[in-house]
Design a protein around this ligand. Sequence first.
Ligand SMILES: [Zn+2]
Length: 480
Amino acid sequence: MSQSSEQSITKRKDDFSKWYQDVIDGAQLAEHGSAKGTMVIRPYGYAIWENMQKVLDAMFKETGVQNAYFPLFIPESFLKKEADHVEGFAPEVAVVTHAGGKKLEEPLIVRPTSETIINDSYSRWIQSYRDLPLLINQWANIVRWEMRPRLFLRTTEFLWQEGHTVHATKEDAEDRVQMMLDVYKKFVEEYLAMPVIAGRKSDTEKFAGADFTTCIEAMMQDKKALQAGTSHMLGQNFAKVFDVKFLNEDGEQEYGWQTSWGVSTRMIGGLIMTHSDDNGLVVPPKIAPTHAVIIPIFSDEKEKKQVMPVAEDLAEKLKLEDLKIILDDRDMRPGPRFFEWEKKGVPIRIEIGPKDIKNNSVVAVRRDTGEKENIKQDECAKKIPNILDDIQKNLFEKASKFLKDNTHEVSYWDEFKKIMQNNGGFISAYWCGNAKCEQEIKDETKATIRCIPFCQDNGSGKCVHCDKTGKQKVIFAKAY
Ligand SMILES: [Zn+2]
């Protein structure tokens, strides 16, 4: 066991950001890289990412998406072609000016996102309406220079997927924007057990170069918002700049309608801050690299001979139920072994000692509630999967209740300020739609418009800040 995993974890109420870092250290998920802002994802953290990838990749392919790979380096001139795009990304791009021992004729951008380089290819691949829709995703690393790095949440280099599609009509593209946001919502809620609010970004918060951006927003345990995924309607903006044209059914040239959508390793940060507790990481069973750890307990060779065959047999039986099981028979006292797996958030710990052997039972301990249950050995194959389902459900319900309890309907500016100064959380309020008003709210309270939820009651009311009429309620919050 490494030194870091023996250190205790700061309590959430004492220092939430220190707690977050301690949970990551304790579970051995990641560490800072030597180049400032970079991140090393350790095997256990990477295993969680691989599980996320596996599920999402299958969900994308189910909708007809194929994977491809595009270059890391983008000619600087490409980024400059779309005015909003370059303005949005310029402050955080890394530029290669020298290579092969020489100054480059044209500097290369290390991709902060791939719309430009992908459209360059699409302009050659698309000729006719028969080539559409073009539905491509890439799994890749991205570089956006980060001055204040935080593991998983903000790092100079991170991993993500970016989908880029081209359609013959605006309607088809808009359908795809919604379809992929629905995929993200389903994935985040069903697998990560993170409830989210789906909606549209305000123009200030939308993707640089998009007509509009849709998103899902989750609430962390410190009541701040975390954007968990975005799906953008790019319209014809990039198509016009990169000449992505096709011959329509009437034989006329038209520009393609495009979307892009992405989620990143940031989701791991969201997972940590949604479910983990003062004892460390809590991982929802559906995304957990290990579902249960079996801990045989014995104090001498004689006991070991009794306990080990039962533990080994149980491990085999549970593996047949498609569960990922670790049998931790290391020569260590039980306490430190319990502690270590608890910090890694393994959903169930199964203890088997000499007393349990006599009773033909085991002790199952839930990571989410700490509840202990004696289970007959021959019932484990049936009961353990049921407990895992229950943990998954419980985590989602708990987080949903937290989201609900900390979302406030607010009509008055004084109340808005008071909530943001004191307890925080999400504020649902009418907003006039004016960007200047939005900026004033942000300047005064640090709260931004997280999204304009799709679910609206079609009413209208006074803007919470300026009293002008607002037709839509929006969600305000401080955000990561
Ligand atoms: Zn206003």
